[in-house]
Ligand binder design. Structure first.
Ligand SMILES: Nc1ncnc2c1ncn2[C@@H]1O[C@H](COP(=O)(O)OP(=O)(O)OP(=O)(O)O)[C@@H](O)[C@H]1O
Length: 280
């Protein structure tokens, strides 16, 4: 397996104890124009966990993700990321923190005027990495998403699924400690969506990067929870005997409130009438 996806050995701030959660929301609320969008949100994400965020449109999923990387600040409550309180953090420190976070945005958010190579290498160039080293890393990241043949192309020449792959390569190239996937399959057809979820599974099972993934599609969520990446065959396969991935958990939001926080098994066995209908 390429070194790119092995767990990295970045020096961690002292506040970050081994075994401590990577993301902690404590009683977080935020309103826009006096309309509450998230109310009293508390949950945590352990190191190595993949947290799937589900819920109806407008429930506050994207706002929650923007809070998690400090793009928005809550009206009340606290948010810790990597053991540090980001709610009062200065912008300069947030910038450093974001260097440890990979983001996959809803619409890929690539620069159309830059080649795939320059899009993927964007943060490495910002860090001033020598070109040769950056190029090797880009090739490795594109191999991971099985798109190395598109290195010299430009985003407008690519299909929607290919653009998402480029976006994932860009997010993982810095070997992040946290990946935020905001609806990575939105707008894609079911087959292409599956290939994107398979990349999320591969990243989870090879590098064990802590992740938050918003999705509107239940089938994506359960594909993630019930499949694994087999390093020997290089393929995604169902976890044997109807098994479930232990590192994958769920958070369900509805109208700004948490309606579920727990494991896949707890979710499918829920007694909650609203959840049952939502999952049906
Ligand atoms: N910057 C903003 N200013 C004003 N209102 C906002 C802002 N950002 C989000 N909202 C509102 O917050 C609510 C929640 O939005 P959010 O995008 O988080 O929902 P979501 O669950 O991600 O929805 P979707 O599934 O459609 O992506 C919506 O009513 C939205 O209009």
């Amino acid at each position: 397996m390429p070194d790119l996806i092995s767990s990295d050995v970045l020096e961690r701030p002292q506040a970050e104890e081994a075994g401590a959660p990577v993301v902690v929301f404590d009683d977080v609320s935020i309103s826009f124009d006096e309309k509450p969008v998230l109310e009293n949100i508390s949950f945590s994400v352990a190191r190595g966990e993949t947290r799937i965020i589900l819920g109806p449109a407008g429930g506050g999923k994207s706002v929650l993700m923007k809070l998690a990387n400090g793009l928005l600040r809550p009206d009340s409550g606290t948010i810790q990321v990597f053991g540090e309180d980001i709610t009062t953090m200065r912008e300069v420190d947030l910038f450093k923190l974001r260097a440890r976070i990979g983001m996959v945005f809803q619409e890929s958010a690539l620069f159309d005027s830059l080649s795939v190579e320059d899009n993927v290498a964007y943060r490495l160039h910002e860090e001033g990495m020598p070109e040769e080293e950056a190029h090797a890393r880009v090739v490795e990241a594109l191999q991971f998403v099985e798109l190395e043949q598109a290195i010299a192309k430009f985003p407008p020449e690519l299909s929607g699924g290919m653009r998402r792959r480029v976006s994932i390569a860009r997010a993982i190239i810095t070997k992040p400690d946290l990946i935020l996937y905001d609806s990575p399959t939105a707008g894609l057809d079911p087959i292409t969506s599956t290939t994107i979820v398979e990349l999320v599974i591969k990243q989870r099972d090879v590098s064990h990067t802590t992740s938050l993934m918003i999705t509107h599609r239940l089938q994506d969520a359960f594909l993630l929870a019930m499949h694994r990446f087999d390093e020997k065959t290089g393929k995604i396969e169902p976890i044997p005997n109807g098994g479930i991935d232990d590192s994958t958990k769920f958070l369900v939001l509805n109208e700004g409130r948490i309606v579920f926080d727990g494991t896949t098994l707890e979710l499918v066995r829920t007694d909650d009438a609203w959840l049952k209908e939502y999952l049906a």
